[in-house]
Ligand binder design. Structure first.
Ligand SMILES: [Zn+2]
Length: 65
């Protein structure tokens, strides 16, 4: 687990928080439970999500897979 927030690139674009424009994020891995995955129609997914949490305002980006 890294101790410092990092800049994050997704498909070649650097993530920037839409709330506070910060570009440093904490990275977290999350397991989606089956009911959550089903609710969102993601049964086909591997039920693992990556979360990037803004280091300033804690706005969360979720990415599946
Ligand atoms: Zn933010």
């Amino acid at each position: 687990m890294k101790k410092e927030p990092q800049t994050v690139d997704v498909k070649g674009t650097q993530l920037k928080c839409p709330v506070c424009t910060c570009n440093k994020f904490w990275t977290r891995k999350a397991q989606l439970n089956t009911s959550t995955a089903s609710f969102f129609g993601f049964d086909w997914a591997n039920r693992s999500a990556t979360c990037f949490v803004c280091s300033e305002c804690t706005h969360i980006y979720w990415f599946l897979g």
